[in-house]
Design a protein around this ligand. Structure first.
Ligand code: KMH
Ligand code: ZN
Length: 367
């Protein structure tokens, strides 16, 4: 199994010192918390910033001050500013940290309830606009999803070219969607092959979700943004203490921890990326965005996948002729065409998983 990427969400926008005095507000406190998480094994720091009095802000200057100071103490950490900010902020306000060209930033893929009368608003235009700006600024999105419909938005907008492959998802469970094992299995099986995922279980769900993700091959997010307790009724002293607990769980369950360099590789561009396409337009965008191979619906009905969309032989031919495909994946045997060599194909990252699911049978090598 791949090494485990631990993300520390050290600050958030809603949690306060009244809930846990170690919640950081000032630059110094934010650096202290980032360093404690990094030293404990976190390779990604998910970052919100505050004014000194705790008011959440998306100020570019405040982000710059915090990022610069964090980099001094955690030189190789992946710093991932939030573009979610706090409920009620405008899109322009929220986008400010992306002007600093961070390696990653969050991209929230839908609207959800946020307690009481609060609504965290992400319209379809917001998602598309944030995605486009992040591509222009070279920022890799962590796709924040609070329920499964948001996965579907991400897939839809990736097909339209607003989000690049490979996609990295963060399932925030326990806000809108519940946080059961069944939920995590369902949502993690709903993302495209070649994607990576992490889970942020909110409140008491943090460590049960972490343990599941460790065993399922996902990744883990912990931190004061999501939970302030190290165990029932006991406040965590630092974000580092929360990360240490994940490291202990991973050790017990036989999963090694990724360094920041290893995390970059796991999330990065050298992985094999498979994307499903149903027409030439989708195939073109997928390949432009870095897909290594395409999966297409079967030409004939298949029993193995309920939601498979069949495509016509004409579409299949159009995709093959107009794209310069090296690898072409088909879902069912009757698709065999005499001018494609059938090659057995096994990939640790994608092929095996899909093979286990019974989706991937054959790969056609156009050359
Ligand atoms: N504070 C929430 C309203 C993100 O960082 O992208 C949004 C949030 C998600 O925390
Ligand atoms: Zn956040």
């Amino acid at each position: 199994m791949e090494k485990l990427i631990i993300t520390a969400a050290i600050c958030g926008a809603e949690v306060t010192k009244e809930q846990n005095p170690a919640v950081p507000y000032t630059v110094e406190e934010i650096v202290r918390e980032a360093e404690s998480a990094y030293k404990a094994g976190a390779s990604i720091i998910h970052l919100h910033v505050r004014e000194d009095d705790g008011t959440p802000t998306q100020s570019k200057e405040r982000f710059k001050a915090c990022i610069d100071a964090i980099k001094e103490k955690c030189p190789d950490a992946i710093i991932q500013p939030s573009t979610g900010g706090a409920v009620g902020m405008t899109d322009l306000e929220r986008l400010q940290p992306t002007e600093l060209g961070p390696e990653m930033a969050t991209l929230d893929c839908g609207t959800c309830n946020f307690g009481g009368d609060e609504v965290f608003t992400n319209t379809e235009n917001t998602i598309k606009n944030f995605g486009k700006i992040m591509i222009e600024r070279g920022v890799k999105p962590e796709i924040e999803v609070f329920d499964k419909g948001m996965v579907d938005y991400a897939i839809k907008y990736a097909k339209q070219g607003y989000i690049k492959y490979p996609m990295h998802f963060d399932f925030v469970l326990g806000v809108q969607m519940t946080a059961s094992a069944r939920d995590l299995v369902f949502i993690s099986e709903s993302i495209p092959a070649g994607s990576t995922w992490t889970v942020a279980g909110i409140g008491r769900h943090e460590f049960p979700m972490a343990a599941l993700a460790i065993t399922m091959g996902g990744h883990v997010r912990v931190g004061f943004e999501d939970n302030v307790y190290i165990e029932k009724g006991v406040l965590a002293k630092s974000n580092g203490e929360l990360v240490e607990k994940v490291v202990r769980l991973a050790k017990e369950l036989g999963r090694e921890i990724a360094t920041p360099a290893e995390a970059r590789k796991i999330l990065g561009e050298d992985k094999i990326i498979g994307v499903s396409a149903h027409n030439y337009e989708e195939a073109k965008i997928a390949l432009e965005n870095g897909a290594d191979y395409l999966g297409v619906g079967a030409i004939f009905a298949t029993q193995t996948k309920d939601d498979a969309q069949n495509i016509s032989m004409d579409t299949l031919n159009e995709i093959c002729q107009k794209t310069n495909l090296k690898l072409f994946v088909s879902l069912d045997k009757p698709c065999v065409k005499s001018d494609y060599n059938i090659v057995e194909w096994e990939s640790e990252k994608v092929g095996k998983k899909r093979r286990d699911n019974g989706y991937l049978r054959l790969v056609y090598d156009k050359g």
